[in-house]
Design a protein around this ligand. Structure first.
Ligand SMILES: [Zn+2]
Length: 457
C-alpha cells in the first residue's frame, strides 16, 4: 500500500511540474526499493532461499539475497508469506487474439479495433505477472504489434517487454491462409505469403522494416488425428514407411497424428540466415514429422507446439538445446470449448496424444520452455501452463527453470531477464506460499514490478 501511495504521489508531482503530455502512467522510483518476502526462488540453483530480499535502484536489480543492504532513503516493501520470483516469461502469446472465432477476427474486426484489444491484453498479461513475452503473430493485424510494443516501451501503456513478429510467415494455401472460402471474396491470409527462399527473405525484410524483432514461421499444418487406424503400420504415413522415424521401432500409434511440413530445411535456413543478419532468430510453429525434424536440423530458436517429435528430432533438440514449447493450455481450452461433440472428441484425442508424447520428450531430455498460446483463451489466465506441465510429467523446479532460463534464451534476453540477479532488469513478482510445493501459486501472482515500477501490490 505504501508503495502505491508513493508512486502515485510521485506521479502527482510529475503531473504538476510537467505541462504535457502527462500520459505516462508509471515512473521509475527515484529512491532505492528493498522488496522483502518470506522466500525467494533462486532460478539457477533451483532452490528456495529464506527469507528473500531484492534491492532495486532505477530499473535494475542491485543486490539479491537473504538480506541486502538497506541504503539511506530506501523504501521497504514487505510482502510477508510470499515467494519472490523473477517476472514470468510467456514464450508464445497472441496479444491480437481474443476468445471467439479465432480465424474470423481478420474478417470481422478492423485492425484499429484489434489494436485497442491488444493493449488491454498486454495489461492483463502484465498484471498476471508476465513481464516478458514473445508475440507469435498478430494473425492478420500486420505490424500493428509495433505500435503496442513502442507504447509499452515509452511508458504510455502497461504491458510486458515484447518480442514481436508482425504477421507470421506462411505458404500460399498454408496453415494460416483463408482456405476453403468463396474464392470470389478474396479472403486474406492471417500471415504473410512466402513460397520459396527468396520470398522468405523478402518478407522478413518487410516485416523488419515495419518493426518486427524476431521471425515466426509456420512449418506444419493442418493437423489431423487418424482415429481407429492403429493396426496400420505407421498409420499409412509414407515418411514413416520410408525411414521409420518413430521414437520406438514398430510404434504405429506415433503416426496417428499427421501434420504436413511446409518449408524444407533449406528454406528454413534461408529465413534463419536473414534473421541472424538482422540480429534476431526464428521460432516455428511445428507439430508433426518431418517438419519438426527439418526445424531441428535447421537449428531454429524454438519448436512450438512440438506435438510429434521423432527419436532423431528429440536427439537433435537435446544436443543443440532447442526448446520445445508445448502450449498445453490452448489444447486443453479447445478440447473443453469445442463447438460440437465430434470436434470435442477430435480435440481430446489430440490432447491425449500430446500428453503421451510429452512424457516421452521429457524422458528423452528435450529442453522445454513455457508458452501458453494465450489469445484464443482469456489473457491473464495463462499461468495455467505451469500447472499443466507439472501435471503431465515435469517437476515444479524443472518447469520454472524451463520458463525462466529457456524462455530468456528464446527471447535472447538471457543476460537481462529470467533471474533475480544484480544487473538484471528489476522484473520481480511474488506468489503466495511456496510454488515448489504448489505450482498453482503461479496462477495467483500478488505483486508485480517491471523495470523497478510497481504495477500490482
Ligand atoms: Zn500460437
Amino acid at each position: 500500500m505504501k508503495t502505491c501511495y508513493m508512486v502515485l504521489s510521485a506521479l502527482a508531482v510529475i503531473a504538476l511540474l510537467e505541462p504535457a503530455p502527462g500520459f505516462a502512467q508509471e515512473a521509475t522510483a527515484k529512491h532505492p526499493i528493498v522488496v522483502h518476502a518470506a522466500r525467494l526462488f533462486d532460478v539457477e540453483a533451483g532452490k528456495i532461499v529464506t527469507p528473500g530480499e531484492v534491492l532495486v535502484e532505477g530499473e535494475r536489480i542491485v543486490a539479491v539475497g537473504t538480506s541486502v543492504e538497506h541504503p539511506a532513503g530506501a523504501e521497504v516493501i514487505d510482502l510477508g508469506d510470499t515467494t519472490l520470483m523473477p517476472g514470468l516469461i510467456d514464450a508464445h502469446v497472441h496479444l491480437f487474439l481474443h476468445p471467439g472465432a479465432e480465424d474470423l477476427q481478420t474478417v470481422e474486426e478492423s485492425v484499429p479495433q484489434r489494436t485497442i484489444l491488444a493493449t488491454l491484453a498486454a495489461k492483463a498479461d502484465l498484471m498476471a505477472g508476465f513481464t516478458a513475452e514473445r508475440d507469435m503473430g498478430t494473425e492478420g493485424a500486420g505490424s500493428a504489434d509495433t505500435a503496442v510494443m513502442r507504447a509499452i516501451n515509452d511508458g504510455l501503456i502497461p504491458g510486458p517487454r515484447l518480442r514481436i513478429s508482425g504477421n507470421a510467415v506462411d505458404l500460399l494455401g498454408g496453415h494460416e491462409d483463408a482456405n476453403h472460402y468463396n474464392p470470389a471474396q478474396h479472403v486474406l491470409s492471417n500471415a504473410d505469403y512466402a513460397n520459396n527462399a527468396d520470398e522468405i527473405v523478402a518478407v522478413i525484410r518487410e516485416q523488419h522494416k515495419e518493426g518486427s524483432t524476431f521471425v515466426k514461421m509456420y512449418e506444419t499444418g493442418p493437423d489431423q488425428m487418424v482415429a481407429g487406424e492403429r493396426a496400420i503400420p505407421c498409420g499409412g504415413n509414407p515418411i514413416c514407411e520410408a525411414v521409420g522415424l518413430g521414437p520406438v521401432a514398430g510404434d504405429p500409434e506415433f503416426w496417428n497424428f499427421h501434420s504436413p511440413y511446409q518449408y524444407t530445411e533449406a528454406q528454413l535456413k534461408a529465413g534463419m540466415e536473414e534473421a541472424a543478419r538482422l540480429g534476431t532468430n526464428v521460432g516455428v510453429h511445428a507439430q508433426g514429422e518431418p517438419g519438426t525434424l527439418y526445424a531441428a536440423e535447421a537449428g531454429v530458436a524454438s519448436i512450438d507446439h512440438a506435438t510429434q517429435l521423432s527419436g532423431e528430432t528429440m536427439r537433435l533438440m537435446k544436443e543443440r538445446h532447442i526448446p520445445a514449447v508445448p502450449t498445453f493450455t490452448i489444447f486443453e481450452y479447445f478440447a473443453e470449448h469445442a463447438p460440437s461433440a465430434a470436434a470435442a472428441a477430435r480435440e481430446h484425442a489430440m490432447l491425449d496424444y500430446k500428453i503421451h508424447e510429452f512424457k516421452r520428450q521429457v524422458a528423452a531430455g528435450v529442453p522445454m520452455a513455457v508458452g501458453s498460446d494465450v489469445g484464443p483463451f482469456p489473457h491473464g489466465t495463462q499461468a495455467k501452463e505451469f500447472e499443466l506441465m507439472v501435471q503431465y510429467g515435469m517437476t515444479p523446479v524443472a518447469v520454472l527453470q524451463a520458463d525462466y532460463l529457456n524462455g530468456a534464451q528464446i527471447l535472447t534476453w538471457q543476460n537481462s531477464v529470467g533471474q533475480l540477479k544484480a544487473g538484471y532488469y528489476a522484473d520481480v513478482v511474488a506468489v503466495p506460499g511456496n510454488p515448489l510445493e504448489d505450482i498453482t501459486a503461479m496462477e495467483r501472482v500478488a505483486f508485480v514490478m517491471k523495470g523497478g515500477v510497481v504495477y500490482r501490490q
